[in-house]
Ligand binder design. Structure first.
Ligand SMILES: Nc1ncnc2c1ncn2[C@@H]1O[C@H](COP(=O)(O)OP(=O)(O)OP(=O)(O)O)[C@@H](O)[C@H]1O
Ligand SMILES: [Mg+2]
Length: 249
């Protein structure tokens, strides 16, 4: 019975997005229109469908101002930033929170934080790295280095697969990288240490998304499902209505 359930496309996809959310950090890279935002929406969807705000929080950095704004009012969202200064503040907020969690763990004498997961989601890293690399790189790199034990995860998207946007010092702290369609084979190699991303279909033309997941030493090819907007909106409305109701009573 359970095999039937998980073998449905929806079930498999849901498990893939949940598995991506479970990784310490995730870098999603590919050309414009390759499906980065669709993947981020899928991950957020899988979290909203299974986690309470007390189990999962979001710090959202949205330099394009339109990609993550629909999640701003969620009770899970602790910070939403789309202006340059605010985005750097949000990164330092997440870093302070990480350090606060370490102090708490040290006091309790434990190695793993037991509170909620915090997801720092950046859609689009290139915008941030071009205009504010010097301010953004240190906190981002630090979060990727030390976030794991404090249950602070970084999920960053970028359309610019170049060392200036994803410096090696940053890339090496992302053990999990999802490579979507890239313009060239060398970009694919830079990302996932293998060619292949350049030959992936354009999801808009193909009507479906494909990607390669580099997960430590493993490389897998995945089909990525796009959750319809109305399904995502239903979940957003559920949570925002619930928190409005809680505040009112
Ligand atoms: N997995 C998918 N299944 C079906 N269609 C998809 C999928 N991924 C992407 N698409 C199609 O491609 C379009 C562009 O996807 P998306 O906005 O995620 O690209 P992006 O990589 O974020 O681009 P940009 O760099 O411009 O932000 C979607 O609006 C959708 O029409
Ligand atoms: Mg996008």
């Amino acid at each position: 019975m359970s095999t039937t359930l998980v073998s449905t496309p929806g079930g498999r996809v849901f498990r893939l997005y949940s598995a991506l959310a479970d990784r310490p950090h995730l870098l999603i890279a590919g050309a414009t229109g390759s499906g980065k935002s669709v993947t981020v929406n899928g991950i957020i969807y899988s979290l909203l469908a299974t986690k309470l705000p007390s189990e999962c929080g979001f710090v959202l950095l949205d330099p394009k101002k339109v990609e993550l704004v629909q999640y701003k009012k969620l009770p899970h969202t602790v910070r939403y930033a789309c202006e340059p200064g605010d985005m750097i503040d949000a990164l330092y907020y997440a870093l302070d929170e990480t350090e606060r969690r370490f102090t708490e763990m040290q006091r309790a004498g434990v190695r793993e934080y037991s509170g909620r997961d915090l997801y720092v989601i950046v859609d689009e890293l290139a915008d941030l790295m071009v205009s504010q690399k010097n301010q953004a790189l240190p906190p981002l790199q630090r979060l990727a280095q030390i976030g794991r034990a404090a249950k602070v995860h970084v999920i960053a998207c970028t359309q610019n697969v170049m060392a200036v946007t994803i410096p090696t010092v940053l890339k090496c702290n992302f053990p999990t990288i999802l490579g979507l369609r890239t313009a060239t084979a060398s970009q694919s190699r830079y990302l996932i240490a293998a060619t292949g991303c350049e030959a992936l279909p354009d999801p808009k033309k193909a009507g479906r998304g494909m990607g390669y997941l580099r997960d430590g030493a493993d490389l897998h090819r995945y089909e990525l499902y796009m959750y319809p907007d109305d399904e995502i909106n239903r979940l957003i409305n559920y949570w925002t209505d619930l928190s409005a109701y809680r505040k009112a009573v």
